[in-house]
Design a protein around this ligand. Sequence first.
Ligand SMILES: [Zn+2]
Ligand SMILES: [Zn+2]
Length: 368
Amino acid sequence: MTSEKYDAPGAGAESLPAADEWGGGCGPNCFTLDGDGFTCARVLDEPEVWRVELLMHDTFLPSVNAFVVLDGGEALVVDAGTPDPMNDTRLMRALLGLGVDPARTTLFCTHAHIDHVGLARELAEAGARVLVPEGVLADMRRFAVEAWRDEMAARLAAEGAPAAEAAELADVIWDHVVNFERERVAFETVAAGSPVGCGRWSFEVVPAPGHTQGQCVLWEPRSRTAFLGDAVLFLCSTCIGFWGEGEDPLGAQLKTLRRLAGMGIEHAFMGHGLQEGDVSERCLANAAHHERRSARALAAIEAEPGRTGFELVGELGWRAPFDHWAQTPALTRWFLVSESVAHLDHLVATGAARRERGADGVSRYFPS
Ligand SMILES: [Zn+2]
Ligand SMILES: [Zn+2]
């Protein structure tokens, strides 16, 4: 990182680097993308993988990754960052710096969250082929529509959230999902199990439901390399929100984590942060973390049967300022409530608890 060079005390516009100094880099396999210190750095040699770090909005995560695989004059870009006037040109500067020909570039979208597909339009318009797994297209059609915003608000109200808060939480999250059909981004679909090629390398599209229903990862067995989107992170536990009543996203995520743990992944590239240790161990530790939280939810239901999902949120062991709920940002409240409901859905799906809808339309939880 060369940011110290630009952050000297009292630095003003006159001390910013000239445009042609950008790209100076932080080592032989790294170049800067602008004066903010964002970089494009080589993170693996075989296959050749570069990490483009892009600005992240809205959440506590510091940044989001786009990865570029290069081989034989072709490029495979995995995920495409958050839309932002600076990010748009950052990703393009990275691709220019790498000598990528957009006409020989494929963008693969792991899932339809805005921090992963936000710049797909820029790549498509530059001539890249945009590949969307069939499950991700299904997510776009189900979750990136007004009807899902209304379903979320209704579900939150049924879980005991006051009407105004149910509407506020549904509003704060629903447009974080992108719909290429509505936004007229050109794309092609790819089926689970299909190969996605880049030069000598062939990646397999592997479903990884949980964080979203249709999320897919890319797996290259010869080099034991995987691009995991938000299926698992080392920075934090990936967010699992509810889908429809009767569905079990947490159960899906536990299966995904165990499947990933058994694949023998050596090099993992995730949507946020970098690999920090053994992938299999991380997946199993994350699964255990979710199971402890579910056990805690069940204990809370047993301790005081008949509470609503909203009343149980504070019992699930979140490190969160529940004394100042109203002052907590709506997006944070959304993550806490939606993942709590996903845990309750899991307890109901596994038969550990039952949900009873009262005459007031609000559900309450009881031990089975
Ligand atoms: Zn995501
Ligand atoms: Zn993400």
